[in-house]
Ligand binder design. Structure first.
Ligand SMILES: Cc1cc2nc3c(=O)[nH]c(=O)nc-3n(C[C@H](O)[C@H](O)[C@H](O)COP(=O)(O)OP(=O)(O)OC[C@H]3O[C@@H](n4cnc5c(N)ncnc54)[C@H](O)[C@@H]3O)c2cc1C
Length: 341
């Protein structure tokens, strides 16, 4: 069944992503922006929770702002598989008709959103950096970088419903959690006939050494081409070690082979929102800035006083990192008494 834009579709929905019952924090971030959209439209904000024995997350969804949670619990929704998850979400949309559906731009969210949008024959805007309601038309304005990040495009889905968008982790701020906030729970049963014939998950094996949780890091010490060599990364590792931070990299540093791709910050890397971001030997190309400019504090170290990174920096240090970084490490070590608290 497909849907054109008419008044039948109402409400803002957020897909609450979980893996083994562990929620993806981007779901709560989406409830934050979802709240603003729902208020602008004067409609309800709902979370959609799919999985096997995941009802424990309903309270969390209420605490982060959902007025209602649609819950589908079924053994078939254990380890994520596209077909049953898409079947459940499409069924819910067709039954309850939300006008907006938001998902995290995680691996799971990207996979699911594409499958669901295709089945619903509606539009999907991936990796949005801004979501707003046009008060006159009530349409969702979906802003995202286009043409290699050189322009910001605002995309509308005028004729189909729901209007679907994905947002990367850490792009939207985490709303404050309201302990004890209650909402409505709607348990839904979905017929999963035939889905078992598809993909079976035999075993899930985590790739050792691969997990870099840049999007959750509070302090990131990132290096760019200006480092000049892999060996010079050692200075950044020392600074990160003293501060209890994580390394990050520009694409140029990754392409030079100094750090694996999982460390890349930016448009084609990870979007980060740490408390402190050190940009060391990074010029500040727009594709890098879109991934880090919402950090609370940005410390830029660059020998070129005209480097664009200084436009977004909270503190700018013009100088050679070979001198500046060891001096900073030394001072932080002295202040912190040898290591992070
Ligand atoms: C479609 C597309 C997607 C992209 N996605 C990304 C992305 O996700 N992430 C990303 O980072 N880039 C991305 N890029 C690449 C981006 O355009 C830039 O090329 C890249 O960010 C540059 O990396 P850099 O700042 O490390 O290198 P440069 O631009 O070469 O800058 C190096 C800087 O180091 C400074 N420097 C040199 N020596 C020293 C020293 N001794 N001490 C202090 N400073 C020094 C220089 O003054 C200079 O400012 C993308 C590009 C495209 C087209």
């Amino acid at each position: 069944m497909t849907a054109s834009a008419n008044g039948e579709y109402r409400g803002v929905w957020v897909f609450i992503e979980q893996v083994n019952g562990e929620p993806a924090p981007v779901s709560w971030e989406l409830l934050g922006v979802g709240r603003q959209l729902a208020d602008a439209l004067d409609v309800e904000l709902a979370g959609v929770l799919l999985g096997r024995e995941v009802a424990g997350l309903v309270n969390e969804a209420w605490a982060f702002g959902a007025d209602r949670v649609y819950l589908v619990e079924d053994p078939v929704l254990g380890p994520y598989r596209t077909t049953p998850y898409a079947r459940a979400l499409v069924e819910l949309v067709n039954r309850y008709k939300p006008e907006i559906l938001l998902l995290g731009a995680t691996s799971l969210g990207r996979d699911l959103s594409g499958a669901v949008a295709t089945a619903l024959e509606t539009g999907l805007t991936a990796d949005c950096t801004g979501l707003h309601i046009d008060p006159e038309t009530r349409l969702l304005e979906q802003t995202r970088p286009a043409f290699g990040g050189n322009v910001m495009a605002t995309i509308l889905c005028r004729h189909r419903r729901p209007q679907m968008a994905t947002v990367r982790p850490r792009v939207m701020p985490l709303p404050s959690r309201q302990e004890g906030r209650q909402g409505e729970l709607v348990r839904v049963t979905v017929p999963f006939v035939g889905v078992e014939a598809g993909v079976q998950v035999v075993e899930i094996i985590a790739e050792p050494g691969k997990a870099v949780y840049l999007d959750r890091a509070e302090i990131i010490v990132a290096g760019g081409r200006g480092l000049g060599s892999r060996e010079n990364l050692r200075l950044l590792e020392e600074l990160a070690g003293v501060l209890g931070g994580t390394l990050g990299a520009s694409r140029a540093a990754v392409e030079s082979g100094w750090l694996p791709p999982g460390y890349q910050v930016g448009q084609t890397g990870t979007t980060v929102r740490p408390k402190v971001y050190f940009a060391i030997g990074i010029s500040g190309a727009i594709q890098h800035l879109v991934g880090m400019q919402t950090a609370d504090v940005i410390v830029a170290i660059n020998k070129d006083p005209e480097a664009p990174i200084f436009k977004v920096a909270t503190y700018g240090i013009v100088g050679d990192f070979l001198e500046v970084v060891p001096a900073l490490t030394e001072e932080f070590r002295r202040q912190l008494g040898g290591g992070p608290a």
